[in-house]
Write a protein that binds this ligand. Structure first.
Ligand SMILES: Cc1ncc(COP(=O)(O)O)c(C=O)c1O
Length: 371
């Protein structure tokens, strides 16, 4: 792979990342400092699965530099980012589509499903956007409850399939239950069911997965005309407010979704993403921090005998034994924001992994309030 981060950028970034890893630059970057004295104005944000460390230093610098060119149309940056994404995933650039966050792909898929007169087949609970878009289009939705282990139940989805279904949504890892679908079973399901419907696999949390049973389905896209894999820079890359999403699909599907080119993307965001996707050290740092956070919260659950789903993402889901709304209200008084209620698991709390020190602070307060 010959990714083209220039030497000056790389050296700046490598030095910065080295400093981050050693903690030496923590005081120089407010976004590195943990928020252990949260206030109403500056709460601990454990509710939206964001990366509260912010973007990598290299990406931030690239975006600041890019601003000088932000009056120009962004064609070259589009093709540069597209080539990088293709190279990273070992796929031809024609298979790559890009948008302002992955929400754009979910929306487009819902619209095309409506145009084709199809129903949507989806697990429940799952990430809600494609359902929301489909509902607003009056699309028929066939929801299939997750299994007792809270994993997506592919056999139940097969059984629920009807001829009306033209779009199948699978979120892997899922959200709010951070489970994965076992790779062999998923591959078989995709090969079989893509004969009948388009399958969209939402891999928003892909970068955080550390599980040998997980596999991205991008490899299938190369051989299959009916599979879309979506990714986002909103999570590990911390671009939730900057907006970059990437999807992978057969060129026919990419053309259908975008024509030749999506012009919703802005130059600054793309320049940031070009740098961020090549900053592997920062991603390693964030994954380590995520694992540290999960360890703290898992220990809390073990100590308090609370059931939880083994997380494959940057959030956890645990059974508080009381309404998650009560937990949310209590923690809010301590200026800690936790996830909203997710039906039907109304006693389960979704907690985003922020920084180990903040999750320790959450755990200390949770133990005092509910332990
Ligand atoms: C599973 C999943 N897919 C997609 C999204 C939307 O992300 P984006 O910011 O890329 O639109 C989210 C956001 O939380 C998510 O959890």
């Amino acid at each position: 792979m010959t990714l083209n981060l220039n030497r000056r950028e790389w050296l700046t970034g490598a030095a910065a990342t080295g400093a981050l890893l050693s903690g030496a630059s923590a005081s120089a970057q407010t976004f590195m400092t943990p928020n252990v004295n949260p206030t109403a104005e500056n709460p601990i944000r454990a509710h939206f699965n964001e990366n509260v460390y912010g973007q990598s230093k290299i990406a931030r610098k690239a975006m600041i530099d890019a601003f000088d060119h932000s009056h120009e149309y962004a064609f070259s940056a589009f093709f540069e980012l597209r080539n990088i994404m293709a190279e990273l995933e070992d796929i031809a650039p024609e298979y790559v589509g890009m948008g302002a966050g992955s929400t754009e792909f979910l929306e487009k898929a819902a619209v095309f499903n409506k145009v084709d007169g199809g129903a949507l087949l989806t697990p429940l609970p799952t990430y809600g956007d494609i359902l929301r878009f489909s509902k607003s289009l009056n699309t028929k939705i066939i929801g299939v409850p997750v299994g007792e282990d809270m994993a997506i139940d592919l056999n139940a989805m097969r059984a629920a399939y009807t001829d009306e279904v033209k779009l199948i949504y699978l979120c892997n890892p899922n959200n709010p239950c951070p489970t994965i679908i076992e790779k062999k079973a998923l591959r078989e399901f995709c090969i079989e069911m893509s004969e009948k419907a388009t399958i969209l696999i939402d891999e928003a949390y892909y970068e955080y997965v550390d599980n040998p049973d997980f596999e991205s389905m991008i490899s299938l896209v190369k051989e299959n005309k009916n599979i879309i894999v979506t990714r986002t820079a909103s999570k590990i890359h911390a671009f939730a407010g900057i907006r970059i999403g990437v999807c992978f699909a057969h060129p026919d599907l990419i053309k259908r979704m975008f024509g030749l080119f999506s012009n919703t993307l802005n130059y600054t965001a793309m320049k940031g993403a070009i740098a961020s996707y090549q900053d592997f050290e920062y991603q390693t740092f964030l994954k380590q921090k995520n694992q540290q956070c999960l360890k703290i919260v898992n220990k809390m659950c073990d100590d308090l005998n609370l059931e939880y789903v083994k997380s494959n993402a940057n959030f956890t889901f645990f059974n508080a034994g009381r309404p998650s709304k009560e937990v949310q209200e209590t923690m809010k008084k301590h200026h800690i924001l936790t996830g909203r209620e997710f039906k039907p698991f109304t006693n389960w709390v979704r907690l985003s992994m922020t920084k180990p020190e903040e999750i320790q602070h959450f755990s200390n307060i949770y133990r005092k309030e509910f332990g």
